[in-house]
Design a protein around this ligand. Structure first.
Ligand code: SF4
Ligand code: SF4
Length: 204
């Protein structure tokens, strides 16, 4: 969607010329989710269903019950021409985490078992995460768990250009915005957007 009103992607000064990043495959970002979530959007679910060969609604229902959870989300939106915007609160989907170390169910022996179909949020880390590329303090916080981000702060790793970062960050923003529009069209009722969810997921 061409949208002249969409938020402009902002880069922290440190990242204006790019971000260094080479993942060390330690798996740390796939566990220990006390402070975060792995969000899933419609395209993620379609890709996962295809990858896992889930073809029926019943199959999707079972998948959702086993692997997904309903989480609180928010999105800032300013209507075209409006003076002020507003932060909307609504529900989104994310992965459940399991075990003492709160790992993603798809992490086995430190490897992602759905690597080719992993959600956008996992594919885009960190260069497509607006909250990291526009805020060095968030980047620093995340670097406590991620050795690749520590290296990045020392300008070590593969260099992703400003253009690449903006492309990824725009994609994240568009996904969030499209989901927000879809929710708004459906009275912010996640069960209308995703009919395969069961109501008891709200209380898990
Ligand atoms: S924590 Fe960082 S280095 Fe480790 S797997 Fe995740 S992205 Fe890669
Ligand atoms: S889907 Fe894969 S990359 Fe994403 S959190 Fe789970 S194991 Fe990690």
């Amino acid at each position: 969607m061409t949208d002249s009103y969409s938020r402009k992607i902002q880069l922290a000064k440190k990242f204006e010329n790019g971000v260094y990043f080479t993942c060390e495959m330690c798996g740390s970002c796939c566990r220990g989710f006390k402070d975060g979530e792995v969000y899933l959007y419609e395209d993620d679910i379609k890709m996962l269903a295809k990858h896992l060969k889930i073809k029926s609604t019943l199959g999707l229902k079972k998948f959702a019950k086993k692997y997904l959870k309903v989480i609180d989300d928010s999105f800032f939106w300013k209507e075209p021409g409006a003076e002020r915007g507003k932060t909307y609160k609504f529900k989104s989907l994310g992965f459940k985490f399991t075990g003492d170390d709160e790992h993603c169910d798809f992490l086995k022996e430190n490897e992602c078992t759905i690597y080719k179909a992993r959600p956008f949020q996992c594919r885009a880390f960190p260069i497509g995460w607006n909250m990291l590329i526009n805020n060095v303090s968030n980047f620093n916080d995340y670097s406590k768990k991620c050795p690749a981000l520590q290296n990045s702060l020392d300008n070590k790793g593969k260099l992703y250009s400003r253009e690449e970062i903006i492309k990824w960050a725009n994609e994240e923003y568009e996904m969030e915005k499209n989901y927000f529009f879809e929710m708004r069209r459906n009275d912010f009722n996640i069960f209308k957007v995703y009919p395969f969810l069961s109501k008891d997921m709200l209380h898990e």
